[in-house]
Design a protein around this ligand. Structure first.
Ligand code: PMP
Length: 302
């Protein structure tokens, strides 16, 4: 494995990624005790940076950690990191990954460490890999599985084992994503929640449906953007519970994330969705998204 020689950030210091190391006693390593963010950077403009940093602050508050930095300091870290990347031309796109853990503590103990324990703050950038153009016209396949995660999926926690296992099911099935279905229990219908690393929208009879943001899912920055675009262009949209039955009966299914953007799922559990091709509402939304990306995201406007 070759780690690229890119500048990264750890606890106040910028250094090459392949030179940075943390303690084996870091609570991120021992307990998955930390939170993260992934911020797309288009033509060196960090997209919705303040929203991502606000979400990071919220995740920290929800796990009982003080935010180690104010907004201005966070902004500076991200912008410095982007400015230090010289592996790409100014028009290339990047992602900035930020992770904060509850720090290094001894002895190993589930309970929070002593007050004053210094959190570990790590950040690095990578080229932003977007799907090849063909996938936007052909669509992708997906499978479904039971959502085995906890009840606070709105916290962007680094403990992602259930997501990792779900994603691997997609890899082994040779498809792009795994859609998570939460067991309704007590005779209730199963609910469609989100993808292993994406949000899911469906279309039925010209209406776009998506789960309303709740503690059971991560309301992605792209999810919010798609909702805004639907509203701005007067596309019918309903946010609320989406059952497994609605998913299986949909005319169109889409997945969204910062790196996948918006892709049509045209095969679900080996059965075609609708007529097995990206649908008309998808094509409209994709074109709104692409226009927005070219005109707003690349200029650093919000
Ligand atoms: N849900 C989950 C579980 C995710 O991991 C992601 C991607 N990080 C998303 C949704 C999409 O979020 P975003 O649009 O902010 O990339």
């Amino acid at each position: 494995m070759q780690i690229p020689h890119l500048t990264a950030y750890l606890n106040g210091r910028f250094a090459p990624l392949d030179e940075l190391q943390i303690s084996v006693l870091d609570r991120g390593f021992l307990f998955g005790d930390g939170v993260y963010e992934m911020i797309p950077v288009y033509s060196r403009c960090a997209f919705r940076l303040d929203e991502h940093l606000a979400r990071l602050g919220r995740s920290l508050a929800e796990i009982g950690m003080d935010n180690p930095h104010d907004l201005a300091t966070w902004r500076q870290i991200v912008l410095d990191l982007v400015a230090r990347q010289d592996f790409c031309d100014p028009s290339s796109d990047l992602s900035v990954y930020i992770q904060v853990t509850r720090g290094v503590a001894y002895p190993r103990n589930h309970a929070f460490p002593a007050a004053g324990t210094i959190p570990t703050v790590f950040a690095f950038t990578d080229p932003l890999e977007v799907p090849p153009a063909g996938l936007f016209t052909q669509g992708v396949a997906a499978v479904t599985t039971r959502d085995l995660r906890w009840q606070r999926c709105d916290i962007k926690a680094i403990s992602l084992l259930a997501n990792v296992l779900a994603k691997q099911q997609a890899v082994e099935a040779g498809v792009a994503e795994t859609i998570l279905l939460r067991d309704g229990g007590h005779g209730e219908e199963n609910l469609m929640i989100e993808g292993a690393a994406s949000n899911i929208f469906i279309v039925k009879d010209g209406v776009i449906f998506a789960p309303a943001a709740s503690e059971l899912m991560l309301a992605g920055i792209t999810y919010e953007l798609i909702i805004e675009l639907a509203q701005a262009h007067d596309l019918p949209l309903k946010l609320g519970e989406v059952s497994e039955a609605m998913l299986r009966d949909a005319d169109e299914v889409w997945l969204t994330s910062s790196s996948k953007e918006i892709l049509a799922i045209v095969v679900l559990d080996e059965r075609p969705v609708g007529n097995g091709k990206p649908g008309p509402i998808y094509q409209q939304m994709l074109s709104f998204y692409q226009t927005y990306k070219a005109t707003v995201m690349r200029r650093g406007e919000e």
